[in-house]
Design a protein around this ligand. Structure first.
Ligand SMILES: [Zn+2]
Length: 300
C-alpha cells in the first residue's frame, strides 16, 4: 500500500463545449509515500493548456506560473499518462486537501480523454477532513492548508505557496504530524462506481418551491428570541439562493425576516435557516440628514 498526496493548479477558462467556465489543469504535483508514511518520491508536471492558451491574471498572481512556463508543458493527455505511470498499478490511497482537486482532475480527464474515471486512483481520503479532526476550528469551518500548518507547528513559509508540489509536501507535513493508520481508515473511500457518481455530482441550491425537499407551505416558524410560534405575514419569495418571508412574533411584538436555503448534495439536502431583524423606520436618519443639509443650504 502506498499513499499519493496530490495537489493541482488550474486556470479558469471558458469551455465552448460546455458553454460554461471550466477549471483547466496547468500543474500536477504529488508525493509518494510508503505504508509508514515515509517519502519515497515526488513528481511535478506542468500542463500546457488547450482550452484557453492564456492564463488569467489571477492564476498568474496566485501561482507565479507564467504563459511561457505552461507553453513548454505537456498536453493533458500526455501529462495524465505520465502521472498514471508514476503512480503505478499497486494499491494506493490518494489524499488531497479538500476534494476539489479530485473533482477537477476527473473533469479534465473526462474533457480530454472521454472518461471521468481516474483508473490509477484506487482509494481516496480527504486530507482536510482527516486533519480537521485533530485541530480546533471555529464553528466547524473548513480550515485552510496554511492555517492547519500553523496549528500543527509547521511553518508554511518554508514552502512556496500555490505550486502543486509544494502544496502537496505541505499537506504531507500536516498528515505526518497526526498520522495514524487506523484513524485514517475511517476517511478512506474505495473508488468504485458509486464514488465516481458522487464525485461527478455538483451540489446546487434548490430554487424551485415545488421541489419535494422544499416544505415551506404550512411550515411553522418559531421566534428566535422567545420560541413562540410566529405568524407569517408575507408570501414566500426567492431571494438569491434562499426562500424568504416575514413573520411576526405576537409575544415579542416584533417582525423578523426568516430565510430558508436548501442545498442539494448527492444524497442529502442541507437546510440553512436564517433570522434577520427588521429594523423599523431604518431610513429615518437619512431623511433627517437630508433636511439638515437643506437647512444649511438655505441659511448659507
Ligand atoms: Zn418572540
Amino acid at each position: 500500500m502506498q499513499y499519493i498526496v496530490m495537489d493541482l493548479e488550474w486556470n479558469t477558462a471558458y469551455a465552448k463545449r460546455y458553454n460554461s467556465f471550466f477549471n483547466e489543469v496547468i500543474e500536477i504535483g504529488a508525493a509518494k509515500l510508503d505504508g509508514s508514511f515515509r517519502l519515497v518520491d515526488t513528481i511535478s508536471i506542468l500542463v500546457k493548456p488547450q482550452i484557453s492558451k492564456k492564463l488569467r491574471g489571477r492564476t498568474k498572481d496566485l501561482t507565479h506560473i507564467t504563459n511561457e512556463d505552461v507553453s513548454g508543458g505537456k498536453v493533458f493527455e500526455q501529462a495524465i499518462s505520465e502521472f498514471s505511470d508514476w503512480v503505478g498499478d499497486g494499491d494506493n490511497i490518494f489524499l488531497t486537501w479538500g476534494d476539489g482537486d479530485i473533482r477537477v482532475l476527473s473533469k479534465n480527464n473526462e474533457y480530454f480523454t472521454g472518461s471521468s474515471q481516474l483508473v490509477f486512483m484506487k482509494n481516496y481520503a480527504d486530507a482536510q477532513k482527516y486533519i480537521q479532526s485533530f485541530i480546533e476550528s471555529k464553528d466547524r469551518q473548513q480550515v485552510g492548508l496554511a492555517a492547519a500548518c500553523e496549528q500543527l507547528g509547521i511553518n508554511p513559509e518554508d514552502f512556496s505557496h500555490h505550486r502543486a508540489l509544494d502544496d502537496s509536501l505541505m499537506t504531507v507535513e500536516c498528515i505526518k504530524k497526526v498520522f495514524d493508520e487506523n484513524k485514517l481508515k475511517k476517511y478512506v473511500h474505495h473508488c468504485d462506481a458509486d464514488f465516481n457518481k458522487r464525485l461527478a455530482f455538483k451540489p446546487f441550491y434548490i430554487r424551485d418551491i415545488n421541489n419535494p425537499a422544499v416544505k415551506l407551505r404550512g411550515t411553522k416558524c418559531y421566534c428566535d428570541v422567545c420560541g413562540s410560534q410566529a405568524v407569517q405575514n408575507k408570501k414566500w419569495r426567492l431571494v438569491n439562493q434562499s426562500f424568504r418571508s416575514e413573520f411576526f412574533c405576537p409575544k415579542c411584538k416584533r417582525n423578523f425576516r426568516f430565510s430558508v436555503r436548501y442545498k442539494q448534495y448527492f444524497d442529502y439536502v442541507d437546510i440553512k435557516k436564517t433570522y434577520t431583524e427588521i429594523k423599523p423606520k431604518e431610513n429615518k436618519p437619512v431623511k433627517k440628514e437630508n433636511i439638515k443639509d437643506k437647512k444649511t443650504a438655505v441659511s448659507d
